[in-house]
Design a binder for this molecule. Structure first.
Ligand SMILES: [Fe+2]
Length: 374
């Protein structure tokens, strides 16, 4: 009998499975299995400016001082974003949620790092560093914030079924209300080592691998990675990782109620003159309806709705990494989204990525350039 898990990848742009020598989709005996992403930490120069964009994007402030800003969605849980004031703006790292305090102790035994109380947020934490040098915090036992009034999905008269009668459709042109943090995407020049670390240390599972066009034999250059929640459903990706010259933040994504929330929330941001990066479309890997924006510090952020949810039975899909393969429909992918706009920092990053001892060599650079053209 065919189950939904067997056919989850039998569609557009997915082809054959793993080859000998490819990384596995999961570790056999991970140290722990994280259950979700908790929040992202940033440093920013201007807290007031960060808060203005955050409210227009759809976050609610939990707390704000001269030096710190904490932002949340409407769903019960941890804050989505913690921002500290600093002399420059940068992404610090993600925090992931462990099932309990015992898992933090397991990580502590494995790494020698200590577990410490989190203070205001309740619970405890351990600070790790992934092989590409990014700070990764793992937290447990948080005091969850109570839920806030949610934006309800609209009622539709689709498919000949009248669900809305004697009533008009007027999605409000206002900030989309962010419900929760969905995922973060990072670039790393140490792709394999980094991937293995998230699989072995945090028990994460690859949902989809992508390889550079013409470089199938060199293995994956991107992985969409989810939490292993056993028979409970998890987002198709909580973390995505792409091979590139630098260790850096690519984007983060926040769930909103439905397509109208994505579109009307986007119209609201456009009215205010914010920088639109790419959208609206529907992704292939993860299937999300997406719309990408840049905040006032140029960090890319995504509104999404209707993403795929997988349990632990679904095995990894494989597909070529192409610009045209990033969406089922939508406008052509932009240079901005691909990070290909000319920028001195980018050129410096490419040169140092090529010079240093890592996976990003000239052959991989040619592969990456092919992504944008295919
Ligand atoms: Fe995304």
């Amino acid at each position: 009998m065919t189950t939904p898990a067997d056919t989850a990848h039998a569609d557009l742009h997915s082809e054959f499975g793993a080859h000998p020598g490819d990384p596995d989709d999961r570790a056999a005996q991970p140290v722990i299995k994280i259950v979700d992403i908790a929040w992202l930490e940033f440093e920013k120069q201007n807290i007031a400016q960060a808060e203005r964009f955050a409210h227009d994007f759809g976050f609610t402030t939990v707390s704000r001082t001269a030096d710190e800003l904490s932002l949340r969605g409407t769903w019960s849980g941890a804050p989505c974003i913690l921002i500290r004031r600093s002399h420059r703006s940068r992404f610090v790292g993600p925090a992931f949620r462990a099932a309990g305090h015992d898992d933090l102790l397991r990580l502590s035994r494995e790494t020698g790092r200590r577990v410490y109380p989190l203070g205001d947020l309740g619970g405890s934490a351990i600070d790790l560093t992934d092989p590409s040098g990014m700070s990764v915090r793992v937290v447990a036992g948080l005091t969850d914030l109570p839920s806030l009034p949610d934006q309800h999905p609209l009622t539709f008269n689709f498919g000949g079924k009248v669900e809305r009668f004697n009533a008009i459709q007027r999605p409000p042109r206002e900030p989309a209300r962010v419900q929760r943090l969905g995922h973060v995407v990072i670039e790393t020049p140490r792709f394999r080592e980094n991937l293995a670390w998230y699989q072995e240390m945090l028990g994460m599972i690859v949902s989809d691998f992508l390889f550079f066009p013409g470089q199938r034999s060199r293995g994956p250059a991107m992985a969409f990675i989810r939490c292993d929640r056993g028979s409970d459903m998890a987002d198709h990706h909580t973390l995505a990782m792409t091979l590139g010259p630098m260790s850096r933040y690519v984007h983060s994504a926040y769930q909103v109620a439905d397509l109208d929330a994505v579109a009307a929330g986007g119209a609201y941001l456009a009215d205010r003159g914010y920088h639109h990066a790419w959208g609206i479309g529907r992704h292939i890997q993860g299937s999300q309806l997406f719309d990408y924006w840049r905040d006032l510090d140029k960090f890319m952020v995504e509104h999404f709705a209707d993403g795929d949810m997988f349990d632990s039975t679904v095995e990894a899909g494989w597909a070529p990494f192409t610009a045209s393969g990033l969406a089922q429909w939508g406008p052509p992918v932009t240079r901005d989204f691909l990070g290909a706009n000319p920028d001195p920092e980018l050129v410096k990053g490419f040169l140092s990525g090529l010079k240093n001892d890592n996976e990003f060599d000239i052959h991989r650079l040619l592969g990456l350039l092919k992504v944008a053209r295919s």
